[in-house]
Design a protein around this ligand. Structure first.
Ligand code: RET
Length: 279
């Protein structure tokens, strides 16, 4: 049971939440178009990152559409307020969506930063195991958010341990690779760390919202928090990685052209076969 089902909402509270959900899935649909259309601006070895952004967009689009419909069917206008209509609203859909998106978002970082071999495999395993551990322990905890009994705090704390493991590895991945990236993308690579840190911290904030602000306004604040977090951690993050991939591709294409003793680039960078590292 989620706290959303324990309140009635005035017109503006209910409508703001409804509108915020629309913003969420519209942003995912727009992001999908962007990633599909720009993927060819990077060398083939980085294109998988754009494909993965597409996967994130589609899964988040569907999840936010479902959650928005649940909101519509869970409440009805009784002439004075929006009251419960029989079906229950649930944030659980979000957690199911994260089980796809969290491992995929972290995998994208490994691809764009050019991590390969054993470090790639290790990173992927740690990100996936810790990501799923974080999500499913939090999922169990959120069932207890109305009464906020011990399981809410215990599962939330275990989830936070996994979260810290992820943050530590993201930090190492960013700062361990930034030195060998072209100078012009280094500020963007560091921005990935700050963007991820800032947006991912919003999710535990939303989990804690019932304990901080247990009211209809708190629900509005929680759904706004989730939506801002979703747009930044999925769409803006994906765009940042796509821009880094494009700039690195340009740089590598230029170096490859020099190595081949070619002074004028031939056509688009998509024409160049990518020797050496696999994606
Ligand atoms: C939970 C439970 C309470 C403790 C912590 C949590 C962290 C959640 C995070 C979710 C990130 C989701 C993303 C989704 C993108 O698609 C599970 C709320 C620490 C960090 C990035």
């Amino acid at each position: 049971m989620n706290v959303e089902n324990t309140f009635t909402y005035d017109f503006s509270q209910y409508t703001i939440v409804s509108h915020v959900f629309t913003l969420g899935y519209a942003a995912m649909a727009a992001g999908l178009v962007y990633f599909v259309l720009t993927s060819r601006n990077s060398l083939p070895r980085y294109r998988l990152s754009s494909t993965l952004s597409g996967v994130v967009m589609l899964s988040a689009f569907l999840e936010l559409l479902v959650i928005s419909q649940r909101w519509d069917s869970a409440f009805r206008w009784d002439g004075e307020a929006f009251v419960q209509a029989g079906t229950l609203f649930s944030n659980g859909y979000r957690y199911m969506n994260w089980s796809i998106d969290v491992p995929v978002l972290l995998l994208q970082m490994l691809i764009v930063f050019g991590v390969t071999g054993a470090a790639f495999r290790r990173g992927w395993i740690v990100f996936t195991v810790a990501g799923l551990g974080m999500i499913y322990t939090g999922y169990v905890g959120q069932f207890h958010e109305v009464e906020r009994s011990a399981p809410f705090w215990v599962w939330g704390s275990i989830s936070t341990v996994f979260f810290l493991v992820i943050l530590a590895l993201v930090y190492r991945t960013v700062y361990g690779n930034v030195g060998r990236m072209p100078a012009e993308v280094r500020p963007l690579v560091k921005a990935v760390w700050w963007l991820l840190l800032g947006s991912w911290m919003l999710y535990p904030g939303a989990y804690l919202m019932p304990a901080i602000w247990d009211s209809a306004d708190g629900v509005v604040a929680r759904q706004i928090t989730y939506t801002v977090a979703d747009i930044v951690s999925k769409v803006v993050y994906g765009i940042l990685l796509a821009v880094i991939a494009q700039k690195v591709s340009k740089h590598e294409h230029h170096e490859e052209a020099l190595a081949a003793d070619v002074t004028q680039p031939r056509g688009g960078i998509t024409d160049v076969a990518a020797p050496g590292r696999a994606a």
